[in-house]
Design a protein around this ligand. Sequence first.
Ligand SMILES: Cc1ncc(COP(=O)(O)O)c(C=O)c1O
Length: 442
Amino acid sequence: MRSTAWPATQTAPVDLLDRSVVPGVWARYTDLVIDRGEGSWLVTTDGQRYLDYTSGIGVTNTGHAHPRVTAAVRAQAARLLHGQQNIVYHKAGLELHARLAGLLPGGGWGAFLANSGAEAVEASVKLARVATGRPVIIAFRGGFHGRTAQTMALTSSRVTIRGDFEPLPGSVHQTPFPYCYRAPAGPHDPLDCTCDWEAQLELLFAQVVEPSRVAAILVEPIIGEGGYLIPPPGFLPRLRAITSQHGILLIADEVQTGFGRTGRFFAMEHWDVTPDIVVMAKGIASGLPLSGILASRELLDSWAPGSHGGTYGGNVVCCAAANATLDVIADEGLVENAELRGRQLRHALLPLAQRHPAVGDVRGLGCMVAIELVRADEGDGRTPDPTLAKRILAEALSRKLLLLSAGTWGQVVRIIPPLVTTEQEVDQAIAIIGESVAAALS
Ligand SMILES: Cc1ncc(COP(=O)(O)O)c(C=O)c1O
C-alpha cells in the first residue's frame, strides 16, 4: 500500500514544490529540488550548494555538467537526436564502438550498446547462453545486477529488490562472495583471507549444477549495492582459473566500478584479470542513459542478426556524451585522481574505526569508500546498525554533504565522490563525515 496519497489531477500552473507527484516506489534520500549541477556540487532551486558525494549513484564521474560533455551533447542534439542502430550508422556511435573496443588488453574486442545497467547485464547473459549452449548462470550472494526480471533473479543484495516479485527466471544459482568483515569465523584482513568461497562454489558444482552446464559466472569485482565489499587479492585470479578450467565464461559487472571509479579504468585491472565479458553503464556517459558490454568479436558473432537489440541502444546523443566522457577521463587524469582522492579519504576515515566501536569497518578502493556501522555491544559485536547509518546520512545532509547507504541491512554509509573532486573538497567532506558520525552517536 502506498503510504502517501496521490495529489489531485493538476491543472496549470503546476505546483513545483508538490513532491507527491512522484510515486513512493522511489526510495528517497532527500527532498532537495535541484536547479543545476557544477562539478562536485548540486545547487537547489533556492540557491543552496550541496557537495554531491553520491555522484548520482556512481554516474557523474566527470562531475555534473562538465563543459566538454555538455558541449558535445548540445552539438550532437542540434544535428541528430535519434539514428536507430538497425537502420543507420552514425559517426558518434562508430567512434564510440571503436574506442570502447580498445579499452581492454590485446585486440579483437567489440562492443554492444544498450541503455541501462540492467539491460547490459541481460545482454551479457543472453550472449553467454547462446555462445556456450549452456543454460546456467552463477552469481554471487550480496550482488546487485538490476531490477528487470532476469537481473532480479541474479540479485541478492537485499530482499526488497526481488522478494515481492517471485517467480523469477530460473537456472540462476548463487554462491557466497568473500565478505571478510562478516566471515562466519570472524572479521579478518582480506590479505589473510579465510573465507571459504571456493569450497562453497565446489559444493554448488557437486550438489546443484555440473560445471559443464554453466554458461557464465557473473561477478562484481567489488560488490557495490551489497556494501562495497573488496575481495581478497586471490579471489578474482582464482575465479578466472576455475572458469577457464570448466569452459565457463567470466562476466565482470563493472557497472558501478568502471570508468575510473576505483583508480583503474576497470576494477578487474587491480587483479590483472581479463574477463570474457565486461558490463558497463553509469560512468560511461556522465549521466546520459547508455550502457553496453565488451566481448570478443568471436563471442559477439554468436548472436544471430536480430536475436538481440533495442530501439534506443547506442543513442547518438548518448554516444557523443560517452566520447566526450572518455576524452575528459584521459585529458584530466581522472583515473589517477580517483586513486589519490580515494586514498586521501580512506586515510582520514580509517581512524574512525579506532575512535568509535560502532564503526566496524572502513574500506574502499579509489573513489568507492564505505563505513560499516554496527552495534558493538550486541552479539559478536557485528550486529548491523542501519539506524546509525541513516542518522549519519541525515547529519551529513544537514551539513550539506550528500552520501548514500548500502549493504543488505542498509548498515553501510557509502561515499562516491565524482572523479573530478579536489583535495580541498575531500578535506571538507572528511570534516563533515567526522562531525556527522560524532553527532549521530551522541
Ligand atoms: C553493479 C551493478 N550492476 C547493474 C546495475 C543496474 O544498473 P541500472 O540501474 O542502470 O539498470 C547497477 C545499478 O546500481 C549496479 O550497481
